[in-house]
Design a protein around this ligand. Structure first.
Ligand code: UP6
Length: 257
């Protein structure tokens, strides 16, 4: 595989959030995303402030936050603006278009108002994307399609993966990129490829998660962004751990150019 730089790929991307993210990664020199799977507002905001300077994206699971309120979003957005990272809500939407439109734009979380990107399973077929179009346009946001998963026995493989790539290519205006474990030729250079299941000191957990190193997925497998959760937020010193992940994933990226 021949790899273009993030800077070169800015001009290939059509989704506005993909353009923004490629530019941000190029200028800030980081391809580290952190999954902040903490359940208290204050803990999440403190971590975001501590590691904000190291990351390109902060990934949320907003439905696990016990004391969620509008102030949480306001504060998170101001930290994101200060440290220059994007926020993506890992909601893994999977219903019919009409229902995901409600889930995206309404309810307690009002995700479309604040998330720069959201994750989507394409299992319902390509029309799910139509449920997002209005909301995405208003915010300049993008979809991340689950093309593969990190967990043991994942069914997102083979022909399903190929169909997810096709769905992305047919809707490149709405799609920021793919959640995947490897770059496949068909993915091209206009999408951002993000890979979860990353940790230095563990091979997996007791609930099916499987881990690789930043080096392996960026250099050997050709993806763009590592998503690190417990490897950072459960460490004794999240800031210095984030710096280690950032350094390895950025030098792996540079070495393949
Ligand atoms: N995630 C995966 N694997 C996937 C897709 N998403 O682990 O294929 C998400 C999880 C979690 C994060 O929902 O938020 O990435 C990984 O966290 P961890 O590093 O603590 O395992």
């Amino acid at each position: 595989l021949v790899h273009k730089s993030f800077g070169e790929r800015v001009t290939l991307a059509t989704n506005p959030a993909a353009v923004k993210l490629f530019k941000l990664m190029e200028s800030k020199k980081t391809n580290l995303a952190v999954a902040v799977d903490l359940v208290n507002k204050s803990e999440i905001l403190a971590l975001a402030e501590a590691i904000g300077s190291e990351i390109c994206c902060l990934k949320t699971h907003v439905d696990i936050v016990q004391d969620f309120d509008q102030d949480f979003i306001t504060q998170l957005q101001s930290i994101a603006a200060k440290h220059n990272f994007i926020i993506f809500e890992d909601r893994k939407f999977a219903d019919i278009g009409n229902t995901v439109k409600y889930q995206y734009e309404n309810g307690v979380y009002n995700i479309s108002k604040w998330a720069d990107a959201v994750t989507v399973h394409g299992v319902a077929g390509p029309a799910i994307i139509d449920g997002f179009r209005d909301g995405l346009k208003q915010k300049g946001a993008g979809l991340l399609i689950l093309a593969q998963m990190s967990s043991k026995g994942s069914l997102c493989v083979g022909e399903y993966t190929n169909q997810m790539i096709e769905m992305g290519k047919q809707n490149a205006d709405a799609v920021l990129g793919f959640i995947c474990q490897e770059k496949l030729e068909a993915m091209g250079d206009n999408f951002v490829l993000m890979t979860p299941g990353i940790q230095f000191n563990s091979k997996g957990d007791n609930m099916g998660q499987q881990y690789n190193t930043p080096d392996y997925v960026i250099k050997e497998k050709g993806t763009d962004v590592i998503i690190v959760g417990r490897g950072i937020y459960q460490s004794n010193d999240p800031k210095s751990e984030a710096i280690k992940y950032r350094q390895q994933s950025w030098s792996a990226y540079e070495s393949r150019l």
